[in-house]
Design a protein around this ligand. Structure first.
Ligand SMILES: *Cc1c(COP(=O)(O)O)cnc(C)c1O
Length: 391
């Protein structure tokens, strides 16, 4: 970094630039992806702008057909965000002020917030210590006479134990709504995630495995009644199931659907690339770390799509800072369990009631992993990480 001081000469500037690009690895970067798709996307966006129809038109319909087929289900309903997808399914199922809905204690808080939007109460269940998804062993104890639905989350791209969760739900006559916001294209027992429950809810926030250049979401289902209900609800329609709901606008913009129509064709190859990088991290980091670093678990029963490459370390915050100094960007998903947030509960109670989620929140570190990042960058992350672990 001494070079920085002598940067008045033209040569010096170039060296600094080189030096930075050679060393820094961003946690996430979408600009490369746009460069590679630019021509296709601009053509479609231009067509949308010229068509005079800007929301919920032909591109949205085309995307719904394509996405339903991709997930091997009959129906898909495109909406304006993943949170809306969850909210609308809960409304369509008649979830109201009397209801409780079971959600995992560690997820992005939208899962639990969508329950609150219906006036219902989220009931938290701790996560499995290795899979990090809703723990089926703790599920039954959380079911009460008020329970109306269960929302497992395929966290980080890892499939929840859908066989055991579905068995318990069936035994109690409860619908399962899958939160697939982090697992587009992932599968469990060769079946696409989102197609196990009565509905699967997706987010197309830009950083997700399939993303818009803005906001978006979708619901997939095999239930024609639910499908009809959702189509009404997303655009100010009323529903028999939720009479107190005044209606609202949850439509997807045409431009975003056009972007998704281009990107859906790449989802499988992007997920393969993610899995390849995860393999590479494993081969570079395994064993080297004398047990202080925990790598994500992989199971034969499912296909992890690595929305997040989540490792664990006891001194996570220190490690994160040290990596930042070495030019490696990282993230934390998530710094606390959802029931530790003040609107859901308290931190002290949450760590008592949900020890597994609390331990993950204290130790989780997300390493850079995204399509187009390149093996050289990934190796740079691994080298930086290993030097810190021996330091
Ligand atoms: C991103 C995300 C959502 C919310 O999606 P938005 O499109 O941001 O509303 C919900 N659940 C999980 C698990 C997510 O990761």
């Amino acid at each position: 970094m001494l070079r920085r001081r002598t940067h008045n000469a033209g040569d010096g500037k170039d060296m600094i630039k080189q030096d930075r690009s050679a060393r820094n690895v961003e946690y996430f970067d979408l600009t490369g992806q746009y460069e590679s798709l630019r021509a296709d996307i601009l053509t479609l966006v231009d067509r949308v702008m010229a068509s005079g129809r800007y929301t919920q038109g032909e591109e949205v319909e085309r995307f719904e057909v394509a996405f339903a087929r991709y997930c091997s289900v009959p129906y898909a309903v495109a909406v304006n965000s993943g949170t809306s997808a969850l909210h609308l399914v809960l409304l369509a199922l008649g979830i109201d002020e009397q209801s409780e809905v079971i959600v995992p204690a560690l997820t992005f808080k939208a899962t639990a917030a969508s329950v609150c939007y219906c006036g219902a109460k989220p009931v938290f269940v701790d996560i499995d210590p290795a899979r990090y998804t809703l723990d089926p062993m703790r599920l039954e104890a959380a079911i009460s006479p008020r329970t109306c639905a269960i929302i497992p989350v395929h966290l980080y791209g890892q499939a929840a134990k859908m066989d055991e969760i579905s068995d318990i739900a069936r035994k109690h006559g409860l619908p399962v709504i899958e939160d697939v916001a982090q697992a587009h294209g992932g599968s469990f027992m060769q079946k696409k995630l989102g197609s196990f429950g009565v509905a699967g809810c997706f987010s197309f926030y830009p950083s997700k495995n399939l993303g818009t250049f803005g906001e978006g979401g979708a619901i997939i289902t095999s239930d024609v009644g639910l499908y009809e209900e959702l189509k009404k609800l997303r655009s100010w329609g009323n529903s028999e199931r939720c009479r107190s709901f005044p209606g609202g606008n949850f439509r997807m913009a045409e431009i975003q659907a056009a972007v998704l129509n281009v990107k859906l064709g790449y989802l499988d190859s992007w997920n393969r690339e993610r899995r390849h990088y995860a393999q590479l991290y494993r081969s570079l980091l395994q064993g080297e770390t004398s047990g202080s670093l925990m790598l994500p678990a992989e199971y034969d029963d499912s296909e992890h799509v690595y929305h997040v490459y989540a490792v664990r370390h006891r001194r996570r915050d220190e490690l994160r800072q040290a990596l930042e100094k070495r030019g490696v960007g990282t993230a934390v998903h998530y710094a606390k369990p959802v029931p530790a947030e003040s609107c859901f509960g308290s931190a002290a109670r949450a760590s008592q009631l949900f020890p597994v989620a609390a331990a993950l929140a204290e130790t989780e570190l997300s390493l850079p992993l995204y399509p187009g990042m390149g093996e050289a960058n990934l190796r740079r992350v691994a080298v930086a990480l290993k030097s810190e672990l021996v330091a």
